[in-house]
Design a protein around this ligand. Structure first.
Ligand code: NAD
Ligand code: DAU
Length: 356
């Protein structure tokens, strides 16, 4: 039994439904949960969109306490019976890439808002002990100075973050009106193993490995708070057990870098020239700074294990050692996305040098 003064009595044998568990952070959480809670059962529900990858679950696939269900969180008929036997739901499932939300907002609303509503309804019917909704620091929008606390009002500025803010508000409404024990987490920019290489960090690392240019938006001055994925997964595990229902928790490293600094840090680690940085058109509506105050999470006992140097070291090393994971992704449908996103000239320069 885990018995936090403020938390839940979620049993060691609890059945946890993890949605979006074939993605980057959800799979880290599922792998961690199976390893750290020896009696618990984990069911991953995932639609397997372009971002979902069963290889991310290979380490737990054969475990008798693990189960995988391929389903869309918006599909009531498929979701309700799976959630019916759950003691807790942790909702990672989402469309997660800001740039894609600028070209196709609809799917972001469908999955992130409507899909979350289907899950909330199923969790309410099941009477779950916990519903952890995984949200993002992007809901605060651009933070010009200081750091956002959980009390800072949401001010999302792109379709992705607007859909995430909508989902949060909906989740809280199930707490307020129906007593569903909802907790919301707002994590910062997370990096590490198994991250789909559309996101800046894995894109920069894998391009740099291949001596390819790194596309940096605008002047590269946008600031993010970079957090290692295992630290994010550990925070969600802690919040699941010890967090207070009806509350939100920021999950941030409080280590800021701008994009040029990120690119330079990656190139340096791979012994590549800084001249591989190539400035490209800026992201429209680009939030130029995110910053989180994570005091409330630390009060629950969370400490990150990876400082910024360790985060970058571990991330770069993983992509160096796991080309078998990312090369098939970059040579598939990703190519078309890359061409659309960065333009023919940039993509052709990349292709000419032998990858994506
Ligand atoms: P990801 O894109 O790597 O994974 C998302 C997963 O959700 C994929 O496996 C995908 O197949 C699945 N999915 C998408 N639509 C679905 C649907 N309709 N039904 C079922 N499954 C579906 O994303 P990630 O980076 O691992 O992010 C996970 C969660 O954490 C998201 O909710 C995201 O908003 C949030 N978050 C991400 C970060 C970050 O930096 N990556 C930071 C804070 C919060
Ligand atoms: O902060 C949390 C958020 O972090 C999550 O909610 C999102 O799901 C996740 O994708 C991430 O969003 P960002 O927009 O911060 O991450 P991304 O990796 O797309 O971009 C990081 C920074 O790098 C951002 O300022 C934009 C910039 N960038 C991004 C790409 C893809 C570039 O300069 N070039 C690029 O090619």
């Amino acid at each position: 039994m885990v018995t936090g003064a403020t938390g839940t009595h979620l049993s060691d044998h609890a059945h946890i439904v993890v949605t979006g568990g074939a993605g980057f952070i959800g799979s880290a959480f599922a792998r961690r949960y199976i390893a750290n809670h020896p009696g618990a059962r984990v069911t991953v529900i995932d639609k397997l969109t372009y971002a979902g990858n069963l290889a991310n679950l290979a380490p737990v696939w054969e475990n008798p306490r693990f189960r995988f269900v391929q389903a869309d969180i918006g599909d009531d008929v498929a979701i309700t019976p799976v959630v019916a036997s759950a003691h807790a739901v942790v909702n990672f499932a989402a469309e997660s890439h800001v740039d894609r939300s600028l070209t196709d907002p609809d799917v972001f609303v469908r999955t992130n808002v409507l899909g979350t509503n289907v899950l909330l309804r199923a969790a309410r019917a099941a009477g779950v002990e916990r519903f952890v909704h995984v949200s993002t620091d992007e809901v605060y929008g651009h933070v010009a100075t200081g750091a956002a606390t959980e009390e800072t009002p949401p001010k999302p500025r792109n379709p992705y973050s607007a859909s995430k803010a909508g989902a949060e508000l909906l989740a809280f409404s199930y707490f307020t009106n129906f007593g569903l024990p909802v907790i919301v987490t707002r994590g910062s920019n997370t990096i590490g193993p198994y991250q789909y290489p559309e996101k800046a960090t894995p894109l920069f690392v894998t391009n740099a490995i291949d001596h390819l240019p790194l596309p940096v938006y605008g002047q590269g001055t946008a600031i993010r708070d970079y957090l290692y994925v295992d630290d994010h997964a550990a925070a969600i595990d802690l919040i699941l057990h010890r967090g207070v229902a009806g509350e939100a928790y920021n999950v941030g490293s409080e280590d800021a870098l701008n994009t040029v600094e990120l690119a330079h840090a990656i190139l340096g680690r791979l012994d590549r020239p800084q001249s591989l940085v190539q400035f490209v058109a800026d992201r429209p509506g680009h939030d130029l700074r995110y910053s989180l105050d994570s005091t409330k999470l630390r009060a629950l006992g969370w400490r990150r294990e990876y400082d910024l140097e360790a985060t970058l070291d571990a991330t770069v090393k993983w992509y160096e050692a796991n080309e078998d994971w990312w090369r098939p992704i970059k040579s598939g449908a990703f190519r078309e996305y890359y061409r659309r996103q960065y333009g023919d000239a940039f993509a052709s320069a990349t292709a000419a040098r032998g990858t994506s």
